[in-house]
Write a new protein. Structure first.
Length: 441
């Protein structure tokens, strides 16, 4: 999806950066956490992919809180009333009538307050790795006093060292060079002074704990069980305070929702807003599939050593490419000591297999090949389907320097000059029906 344009709305003399994208039937408004920059979301592949998936079934609005991201700087963190007004102004600017409001991280406080105060504008509520009261002792749930003090100290340390990338392995779990990445993200999203001001607003008592029982919209709490920024114990107790809230615990330690495995999270969001599950996008075509595989590669590796074997594999790859170019094949993937390719016709695939197998002995390499014609599914750069499995199983039945084909290939190459020897019918692992095989003479 193309990067959506960033627009500005003015509220009480402050410019707020916002975006809207997607044309799905559902409406969503993301309430940002401590870290937010609407432009930067589209610079990272994980967040871009996450929001692109949302756009497939929803019209989504994002915004940067005043003082963060692309919005105007502020001297003080806005009070509760202003936060709710800002949220509603973004809804109006994006033409969202009554969206599902999704609070992320610290944004959970504002999302809960808006749901309680403006039920006329909030259709549903989602807390996504989010807190209803970051420093509220009532929100600690099953955490011990020591755990809660450690959590408060962690948040205070984050505010005091903002921009330095401290604790990147906690905030960006699973990210390479996490401290450096976290430092860049902090500096792009807020200044140290603003980060401290927002922290001070929590320390001064900003919490949605008291209004949780007054939230009557359908509510979904999605929380990763090993999230160290927002402990699952705090999410559980918040869900218990909201009437009828559904709590779903997801595996993972990632705090930002677009990091890690997002499939189940997106599926839960789809179901919650009533969107149908995604339709798998595959193209089915009739194609000839060829598998090749080097014979005795493990023994040769042990005999030659890594360097010599790697050089021999490079020569193998050049021969495979030459055969595919000569007979108009398309390489799907290299398996290291083999290849998977597709062709427009069975004769070309069989000729290519023979050419490759006849060229390899000159490099002291020997291979086997299997060829089958059937309907396959094109899935991006990969292929799938029963025909692919049959081709692989046929190759597994071949001897060194032998091309085995299915009866379909044998019959469709009649008149091509290719000659075959009948090898009888065989049961192939995972294939329901027996397959008649032929060896290329």
């Amino acid at each position: 999806m193309e990067t959506p344009p960033t627009s500005y709305l003015e509220h009480d003399g402050i410019k707020i950066a916002w975006q809207v994208f997607g044309d799905g039937p559902a409406e969503m408004l993301f309430v940002p956490g401590w870290v937010s920059n609407v432009d930067l979301f589209w610079q990272y592949p994980q967040s871009r992919e996450f929001f692109t998936e949302l756009a497939a079934f929803a019209r989504v609005a994002l915004y940067d809180k005043p003082g963060t991201g692309a919005s105007d700087p502020v001297e003080v963190a806005p009070p509760v009333e202003e936060r709710i007004d800002q949220l509603v102004h973004v809804m109006d600017a994006a033409s969202l009538s009554r969206p599902t409001v999704i609070g992320v991280s610290e944004g959970g406080v504002t999302a809960c307050l808006a749901a309680a105060a403006r039920p006329d504008r909030v259709e549903r509520l989602v807390l996504l790795d989010a807190s209803a009261g970051l420093l509220d002792p009532r929100a600690k749930g099953e955490m011990s006093d020591a755990e809660h003090r450690a959590w408060q100290a962690f948040l205070r340390r984050t505010a005091e060292t903002w921009g330095e990338g401290r604790d990147g392995d906690i905030w960006l779990a699973g990210t390479p060079n996490a401290d450096a990445a976290w430092g860049r993200l902090q500096r792009a999203c807020a200044s140290p002074a603003v980060a401290r001001r927002y922290y001070e607003s929590w320390a001064d008592g900003l919490s949605a704990w008291d209004v949780l029982p007054a939230i009557h919209q359908p509510t979904l709490v999605l929380q990763r069980t090993d999230d160290r920024v927002l402990p699952v114990k705090a999410a559980r107790v918040a869900a218990q305070q909201i009437p009828g809230a559904k709590m779903v615990e997801l595996p993972g330690a990632e705090h930002l929702p677009w990091l890690g495995d997002t499939a189940e999270m997106l599926a839960q969001l789809r179901a919650f807003v009533g969107a149908p599950p995604p339709v798998a996008r595959t193209d089915r075509v009739l194609a000839t599939v060829m598998f090749t595989d080097l014979v005795g590669s493990t023994d040769q590796l042990a005999r030659l050593g890594d360097a010599a074997w790697t050089a021999r594999l490079d020569r193998h790859a050049r021969i495979v490419r030459g055969g595919l170019e000569r007979f108009d094949g398309r390489l799907i993937k290299s398996t290291g000591d083999g290849a998977v390719a597709v062709f427009s016709g069975p004769a070309r695939a069989t000729e290519a297999a023979r050419w490759i197998l006849e060229a390899l002995p000159g490099e002291d390499l020997h291979a086997r090949a299997g060829v089958h014609v059937g309907e396959i599914e094109l899935q991006g750069d990969d292929i799938a389907g029963l025909a692919v499995h049959i081709s692989a199983r046929i190759m597994g039945m071949a001897a060194a320097d032998e091309v085995l084909v299915s009866r379909t290939v044998h019959d469709l190459t009649a008149g091509s000059g290719l000659r075959f020897t009948d090898r009888g019918t065989h049961s192939l692992r995972g294939i329901p029906d027996e397959v008649q095989l032929y060896a290329l003479a």
